[in-house]
Design a protein around this ligand. Structure first.
Ligand SMILES: C[S@@+](CC[C@H](N)C(=O)[O-])C[C@H]1O[C@@H](n2cnc3c(N)ncnc32)[C@H](O)[C@@H]1O
Length: 273
């Protein structure tokens, strides 16, 4: 992939935060719980199955899938694959590739499961990304894809900053976020504790705050905050999707047993091809 692809900022982010969100690093099964809750799959059913993981970043879900004994093929367009490789290359059941959703070097209709978290809203053509993924899933295969939900996502104050921040070199933006996010966290937390209107007030402060997650200590909380604040501000593309559009795409693809659930700010689409 070209070094200056639109996803270069993601490569930078995941190599700065290679371990931050890994369950094996935080000691808390946040990624495992999210994978099981969103997909509705079980560790037992995944064992020995071929799973295609799209846009794997630093590999927080790669680690979980490999640990469950799935035969995992995982790819990402950016240099994040180096971070993932440094962490997960010890798994004999992992094949890791740097590639784009639009040019996947795999046989079509070949995977039992398809998983794609946090990716397609950051691609230049979300419909094309969504529909391309299914070419690689075998008929009868199961999928789980999440995408930012349109509506509330656009009311977030980060959208006032993004026209500038998404154009900054990743290194410049990252050093700014690293300096500004940690001091803003206590303010965001204090506003969030206000009775009734807390969550709305906290949103006025453009800093990622994971109060809802059982993170082990303040240092970890700060690292997640820096990582996700950068993840809000840096991506070249961010296109949240309305539920109706996702329903239409799944109909056009002839997918079965489709459910679209709301998990915090995400639509989680799952079903069978
Ligand atoms: C927000 S990160 C999510 C990473 C991981 N799935 C997670 O949840 O931690 C989005 C990832 O999608 C990748 N990505 C963006 N466009 C892509 C494309 N066309 N093909 C493959 N990966 C892509 C980025 O490089 C980035 O690592």
């Amino acid at each position: 992939m070209p070094r200056d692809s639109y996803a270069a900022g993601f490569g930078y982010q995941w190599n700065q935060h290679r371990l931050t969100q890994l369950d094996s690093h935080s000691g808390v099964p946040i990624s495992r719980d999210r994978l099981l809750a969103q997909s509705g799959w079980s560790a037992t059913e995944l064992r020995g199955k071929s799973v295609l993981e799209c846009g794997s970043g630093a590999g927080r879900f790669t680690e979980v899938l490999c640990g469950m004994g799935a035969e995992v093929t995982s790819f990402d367009i950016s240099s994040a694959v180096h971070a993932n490789n440094a962490t997960n290359s010890g798994f004999p059941n992992l094949r890791l590739v740097q590639a784009s959703i639009y040019e996947m070097p795999f046989p079509q209709q070949s995977f039992d499961y398809l998983l794609c978290f946090g990716v397609i809203q950051h691609t230049p053509d979300v419909e094309r990304s969504f529909k391309t993924l299914f070419r690689y899933l075998r008929p009868g295969g199961r999928f789980c894809i999440d995408v930012y939900a349109a509506g509330v996502a656009y009311l977030h104050p980060r959208h006032l900053l993004r026209p500038v921040t998404k154009r900054l070199p990743p290194k410049t933006l990252y050093s700014w976020v690293k300096r500004t996010a940690p001091p803003l966290l206590p303010l965001s937390t204090a506003l969030g504790a206000t009775p009734l209107v807390g969550p709305y007030l906290a949103r006025l402060i453009p800093v990622a705050n994971h109060q809802h997650l059982p993170l082990p200590n303040k240092a970890t909380r700060r690292a997640w905050s820096v990582l996700d604040t950068f993840d809000w501000l840096a991506p070249r593309y961010e296109s949240p999707q309305p539920r109706r559009r996702l329903e239409r795409w799944t109909r056009e693809l002839g997918l079965r047993e489709v459910t679209i659930e709301r998990h915090r700010g995400l639509h989680v689409v799952r079903g069978v091809k």
